[in-house]
Unconditional design. Structure first.
Length: 121
């Protein structure tokens, strides 16, 4: 389980795109400077994602898959603080398909225990 810090990424993204030191920090986190290409594609409207943070979470998942964690799933619910500011998104990376299955089943359960409807018809 990874907590992808959406708040840090969005708060520092512009600086990371122009600053050598902040950009290097992002390079280390993502394992590659290719995260910049993801940002540029998003800015040009060449991605289907509604926000740059989600596009970067997708890229991070691809990076994890490239090093052997090919079972990647993310909880598309953005965790927020009491002031409704975005904090993080949960990401699972595993080598086991069973982990993804468990993660997806758990993700269907709301924080209050309510389960959503499922239709397999």
């Amino acid at each position: 389980m990874v907590t992808f810090q959406v708040s840090d990424v969005t708060r520092n993204l512009e600086f990371a795109m122009t600053s050598t030191s902040e950009g290097a920090r992002f390079d280390l986190f993502f394992g590659s400077p290719a995260w910049r290409d993801v940002v540029r594609r998003f800015e040009r409207g060449q991605t289907e994602r509604s926000d740059v943070a989600t596009a970067l979470v997708d890229f991070y998942g691809q990076q994890l898959a490239a090093i052997g964690y090919d079972q990647v799933a993310q909880l598309h619910i953005l965790m927020r603080n009491t002031k409704n500011a975005p904090l993080y998104r949960l990401l699972l990376a595993s080598r086991s398909p069973r982990a993804t299955d468990f993660f997806e089943k758990i993700a269907r359960i709301e924080h209050d225990g309510q389960r959503g409807f499922r239709f397999d018809g």
